[in-house]
Design a protein around this ligand. Sequence first.
Ligand SMILES: [Zn+2]
Length: 618
Amino acid sequence: MNLLYKLSNRMNLSATDTTSAATVATRDKIEAKFKWSLHDIYPNDQAFQADYEKLKEQILHFEVFKGKLNNANDLLQCFRLRDEVDIKLSSLFAYARMNRDTDATNAAYQAMTAQITTLLSDDASAQAFIEPELLALPAETLLTLIESKPELSAYSFYIKNMLRQKSHILSPIEEELLAKTSELRQAAMNIFTIFTNADLKFPETITESGQKAPLTEGRYNQLIRSTNREVRHDAFKNLFNTYSSFRNTLATTYSANINSTMFQAKTRKYQSTLEAALDNNNIPASVYTNVIDTIHKNFAQMHRYVALKKKVLQLDQIHMYDLYTPIVPELKTVFPYEDGLSLVIDSLQPLGQTYIKDLLNGVNNGWIDIYENQGKRNGAYSWGVYGLHPFVLLNYDDSYNAVSTLAHELGHAMHSFYSSQKQDYINSEYTIFCAEVASTTNENLLLDHMLHIVKEPEKRIYFINQYLEQVRTTVYRQALFAEFEKIAHAKAEIGEALTADALETIWTALNTAYYGNDIVIDPELKIEWARIPHFYRPFYVYQYATGYAAATTLAEQLQTEGPIAQKRYLQYLQSGGSDYSINLLRQAGVNMTTPKPLEITLEKFSKRLDELEVFLLK
Ligand SMILES: [Zn+2]
C-alpha cells in the first residue's frame, strides 16, 4: 500500500455536521491562540521548500536497492529509507494541505499542495519495485529473512499482511505503471472538492432574523435545524436546487470516481470494488452486509421516531427538511469553547488521568484550529503527523453539536498521538475501521455524562433527543449511504450507466425505505447524493455505523468495568495498525464479526426513544 493511499485515508473526516456564524471573519482577524500551530511542522514556507528539494533528491536513492532485497542488510536499509522518506513526505503534505484547508483562497498553498501531490506520485513510482520484488521471493524465504535480523522484526506484521494480499500484487512493470496513474485516479475527487468549495455558489436564503443572507453549506447545516419551517424549507430548496442545476456534471464526476475505483479493483484482480475495499483491512464481507441487514431489521424504530416527530411538531405531512429540527425546546445554554472543553474533559474521566493530562497538554499547545473563517474548509477533522502531534480542524460555533464534534475529533487526535508514540512508523497507522471507534467512544461518554448531570426533565429530553439524532445521523443515515454506494458500484460493475436519473432513483428508494411511509420525499431531495464528499472515498461510511456500534459497547464497558476496561482501551489506542482491525477490537473487548454490537446500539436507541415518547405524549 503506497503512501499516497495512506495519506488519503489519514484525515479522519467527521460525519458530524457543523454550523457557521452569521458573519465570517477573514483568517487574519482570528487570534493566534485560536489557530493551530502549523509552524510546529515547518517554521516557514522556506523550510518547507528546503525539505521538498532534499526529498526530491532522496527519492532517487531507492534505485540503489533494486535487485538487492534478498539480503537482510539491504532490506533493512531500504525499509529505513522508505520510513524516512514517507515520514518527511507526510509532513510536507500535511503542512501544505492544512494551510490550504484553512484558506482556500490562498493560491500559494494550492500550488504547494499540487507540488506535493506530484512528489507523492514520484515517490510511489520510485518505491513501486519494493513489494513486487519481495513477493517474487518464496514466502518462506521472505519470513526467514525477516527473522534473521532483530531490527527487521518491526516489519513482520507488514510482511505477513503483504503476503496475505500476494495474489493482488502485480508485476514490477505493472505496479510502476499503476503508481503513475495515482494522480489521474484522484482527478474526480479533486474536481468535486474544488467545485463545491470554491466555485459553487448558492442563492440568498431567509435566516432566523427574517433577513436574507447568502447560503453556504455551513449555514445550511444551521438553518436546516431551525424551528421556523419557512427558514428550513427555504434553505433546503435553495441548496438542493443549486446542486440540481449541476446534476449531470455531478453524476458524471461521481461516475468517474467509481470508474477509477473499478479500474483499480479490476487491475488488482478483485471480483468487485467492495471486495477490494474490504480486503485492504482484511475485513470480512459479512461485517458490511451485517450493517445493512441489521439496519433493515430495525427500520421500525426509525419509522416510530419519524412518526413521533410528525406528531410532536403537529404537522400534517413530515418532509425531509423537518427531520433536523429539534422536537424538544432548544437549550438556552450556549457553550463557549472553554465551557465546551471543560464538559468534554469531565465526560472523559472514565478514560483515566493519563489520557486527560495528555489531552490537555495538546489542546493548550496548538493542536486545534477552532473557529470558522473565510475560505476555511467546512466540517471538522483530525490529522496525525507522525513523530510530531495531531492537528484538529473545527468550525466551532458554541452549540452543543460543536461540543460533541470537539469530543469526537479529540478522540481521533488521542488515538493518533498514542499510536505515534508507541509504534514504529510502519505499524503506527490505524485503519479507518478502528478510527471511528476512538472518536465515537468519546461522543458516547459525553452524552451519557450530560444525561448524568442534567436532572430537569425538560433539559434531559433535549439530550435524549441529541442521542437519537446522533444514532439517526451516524448509524441509520450512514448505513443508507453505505447501501447507496453498494448499489451504485454494483450497477456500474454490470455496465449500467450511472446517470443523474439512475442515481436519483436509488436515492429516493432508499430514503423511503429508511424513513418509512410517513415521510414525504420532495423532488429536491433526489439530488442529495451529489453533495456528500464521503462518496469520493468509496466504502468509507459504513465504518461510522460499525465504529459507533463498537463505541457504544466499549463506552458501556468503561463505565461499568472500571480500570480493567480502561487498560484494555488505552492499549487499543496505542496499538495503531500493529494487527488486523478485527483483532485489535476483539482485544479491546468487542467482536465486530457479529451483529451484536449494532444490536446493542439499536436497543439503546429504542429504549431512549421509549423514554422520549413517554415524556412527549403524556
Ligand atoms: Zn471521525
